[in-house]
Ligand binder design. Structure first.
Ligand code: NAD
Length: 504
């Protein structure tokens, strides 16, 4: 929020959404939203006070009893309508994502498609909430399990997937019967208001889905609010840790997904062209601003030189430009500050002993927050470019002699989000899948984001909490179990018995 703004053309105010309507902020605090392709400010977003967060929570609280009591068939019907509306409006939301985030339109459409998969999964909520039933567990007694919603739950989301990551949260949360307060990233907040209007149009009652815009003040108010039962967070590791520790210390259930440093191992027997295509796509897609981006290639033995040559051949062909231009393959970074931070890794690489093979600072469009793809060789543990999550279009290559050294690098890394191996050897791939310390593993697949009927989540510093997000674990996260032991009066078996209940 420190950037200087030069004569903004049209700055749109961006407000909260509480109880089914837009609500302008009263805090007197707001922050700029930029079009990263031009560098111009396009919006000014309200930053909530704790009282405004409370208003949203109270709206969600009031909406909860009726929403949880709605029949499963009606909730399913609503989800089918939501699914249809998102599908019909894909292009509109994609443009909104490109305008504030900067990612190219095709990538924005991909984001919407992956989020839509989660909504589709939630259309099957009656099946997902089925419990177990044991007839005659004891004589005349039946036992059954049910799953019930938690109440008001909150989601705090990052800038890099302004539509999809909130969908990972609100879709299963609402399908399970909870009501929701979303605190989106203040860098690209408009997608969340688009979602709010769409849910209203679908017929979701007012107060079931609320949005509070804000920064740390709003996050802290969410984390400590006594009426919020659970918090889902996706963002960087230091904030994920803080969110997890604060939310759980106030008795909330919490899943907090953090940052990543995803390694892609390439063995000498791999199809080098396929590995190079994968590395370029996974490192530079969305300008590297994906938590599942490949930021580090680990080239084993003889794979290194041909792989680097193949990556270098491909880099100049990546078209960098305004995401709204259909010919662009890579857009700008989200803010000027972030662009400069990413560029500093390229600047500092030679001083740390790495080689800059391709310098993405050269030839990048001057307007907006652009960098072109960079490629670093001889990146080693201990260097900043190796240790930090760069979150930009900078791919590092580490050369190692053996498969064991490569896997050790992955397993010793503090993060454990995604990882991939490129090989033609099924036995080695299986050994990799068996032993590697990461939550999502790709075998000849560079970005192994699970489909919606599995769950998404990393290990180690990439996830705090014990439930992954969306899929079956998402349903578990947003519900709690209850087991009912039931007997209907049968005068023939009724008697006083002060002993501890036993099965008979
Ligand atoms: P961020 O951690 O800066 O922000 C995430 C959210 O936390 C935002 O809503 C922000 O307003 C809030 N926040 C920021 N600073 C805070 C503070 N000091 N106290 C309380 N709240 C604060 O992350 P970002 O830059 O928006 O997103 C990029 C990060 O998210 C990367 O590290 C990326 O790897 C990670 N990410 C992870 C996943 C995953 O699934 N593991 C997915 C997407 C993004």
């Amino acid at each position: 929020m420190t950037e200087t703004i030069e004569a903004p053309a049209a700055v749109r105010p961006i407000h909260h959404w509480i109880g089914g309507q837009s609500r302008s902020g009263q805090s007197g605090r707001s922050g700029p939203v930029f079009n990263p392709a031009t560098g111009q400010q396009s919006g000014e977003v309200d930053l909530a006070t704790p009282a405004e967060v409370d208003e949203a929570v109270q709206a969600a609280r009031q909406a909860f009893p009726a929403w949880r009591a709605l029949s499963l068939s009606r909730r399913t019907e609503l989800f089918f309508t939501v699914r249809r509306l998102v599908d019909e409006n894909r292009k509109e939301i994609a443009k909104l994502l490109t305008a504030e985030h900067g990612k190219v339109l095709s990538d924005a459409l991909g984001e919407v498609a992956r989020g839509l998969e989660v909504i589709e999964f939630c259309c099957g909520i009656p099946q997902l909430l089925k419990g177990g039933f044991s007839e005659q567990a004891s004589t005349g007694i039946d036992v059954y399990s049910i799953r019930q919603p938690l109440g008001v739950v909150a989601g705090i989301t990052p800038f890099n997937f302004p539509a999809m990551v909130p969908m990972w949260m609100w879709a299963p949360a609402l399908a399970c019967g909870n009501t929701f307060v979303l605190k989106p990233s203040e860098k690209d907040p408009s997608a969340s208001l688009w979602t709010a209007e769409l849910l209203k149009e679908a017929g979701v009652p007012d107060g079931v889905f609320n949005v509070v815009m804000g920064d740390k003040v709003a996050v802290d108010a969410v984390l400590t609010h006594p009426d919020i039962a659970a918090v889902s967070f996706v963002g960087s590791t230091p904030i994920a840790r803080y969110v997890y520790e604060t939310a759980t210390s106030t008795g909330k259930r919490c899943q907090a997904l953090g940052g990543a440093k995803n390694h892609m191992i390439v063995l000498p027997d791999a199809d080098i062209d396929m590995a190079a295509d994968a590395a370029v796509s996974a490192a530079y897609g969305s300008a590297g601003e994906r938590c599942m981006a490949i930021s580090q290639v680990v080239a084993v033995g003889g794979a290194a030189d041909p792989l680097i040559d193949a990556i270098r051949e491909r880099i100049p062909k990546v078209t960098v430009g305004d995401g709204m231009d259909p010919s662009s393959e890579m857009g700008p970074l989200v803010t000027r500050e972030h662009r400069d931070r990413v560029a500093s890794y390229v600047e500092n690489a030679p001083g740390e002993g790495a080689k800059v093979l391709v310098d993405g600072r050269e030839g990048a469009p001057e307007e907006g927050f652009f960098l072109k793809p960079s490629l670093l060789d001889d990146v080693k543990p201990g260097m900043r470019a190796y240790e930090d999550e760069i979150f930009g279009p900078v791919l590092g290559v580490t050369r190692v002699g053996t498969y064991d050294e490569a896997v050790r690098l992955v397993n010793e890394n503090p993060y454990g989000n995604g990882t991939a191996i490129f090989t033609r050897d099924g036995g080695v791939a299986r050994e990799f899948q068996f032993g590697v310390q990461a939550g999502m593993v790709g075998i000849n697949v560079p970005i192994p984001v699970p489909v919606a009927y599995y769950s998404f989540g990393g290990w180690k510093a990439s996830l705090f909490g014990d439930r992954h997000i969306y899929g079956p674990e998402g349903i578990d996260f947003y519900t709690r179990g209850k087991v009912v032991t039931s007997r209907w009066p049968d005068p023939a078996t009724s008697k006083v018995d002060l002993g501890f209940p036993q099965t008979r």
